[in-house]
Design a protein around this ligand. Structure first.
Ligand SMILES: [Fe+2]
Length: 217
């Protein structure tokens, strides 16, 4: 069943307040959590929006190869790939769509642990973030490291999708927990507010580990 991602966005938009610097924090409060119906939880139509959070840096240059800067950062190598398609059920590729990713390192820190224009930061401060343009088949691909959990948040990737003729989509994909993780999904309002299909399956039997997701906008 298709449903509006905007109805879900409103439920989580107040979950985070924009802050710059310091340890990652999540601010609770605001509207009560929207508890997804079973139909919403199992739907996999248009990609559901999720809050941007306080660590988005804008104005980054395009990554030529999809390889994120992981210099001096340790973690399981993971390749995240898929397509950008138009419509809830269609397979119409959106060539040239911009797919932007940003995420925390294995210790739960962003690089930078801040936001705003990239011009505020030295190039060496910018890691685990960037964007690529989808190819003629709508395909995108990133190579990075497995994201870590942090206060109030299970492991996740942030994304923005900018496609011609479409409203910009800001969303998140949740990755599986690791042994010893402190958090469970039911303690993370944002993860709880996303349908199951935005919980990534990761194949760790290969190197780099593989995760796939097709965005539908
Ligand atoms: Fe985050």
């Amino acid at each position: 069943m298709a449903f509006s991602r905007r109805t879900l966005l409103a439920t989580t938009a107040a979950a985070l307040a924009a802050i710059a610097g310091g340890a990652p924090l999540i601010f609770r409060g605001g509207p009560p959590r929207h508890v997804l119906t079973a139909a919403e939880k199992n739907a996999c139509g248009l990609t559901v929006e999720a809050v941007e959070g306080p660590y988005h840096v804008n104005g980054l240059g395009e990554l030529a190869d999809g390889n994120l800067n992981t210099t001096n950062l340790e973690g399981l190598a993971i390749e995240v790939s898929g397509h950008v398609y138009g419509g809830a059920a269609g397979e119409a590729a959106i060539a040239g769509a911009e797919v932007e990713i940003w995420h925390a390192d294995s210790s739960g820190n962003y690089h930078p642990n801040g936001n705003g224009p990239s011009s505020k930061y030295q190039p060496g401060e910018i890691a685990l973030r960037g964007f690529v343009k989808a190819d003629a088949q709508g395909a995108y691909r990133f190579l990075t490291i497995y994201p870590g959990e942090y206060t109030g948040r299970v492991r996740h990737f942030h994304f923005k999708i900018r496609a011609p003729g479409k409203a910009e989509l800001t969303t998140q994909l949740i990755v599986p927990p690791k042994p010893g993780d402190k958090l469970t999904f039911d303690t993370d309002d944002i993860a709880e507010g996303l349908p199951n299909c935005q919980l990534l399956t990761v194949d760790e039997s290969v190197t780099p580990a593989q995760a796939w997701f097709d965005f539908r906008v």
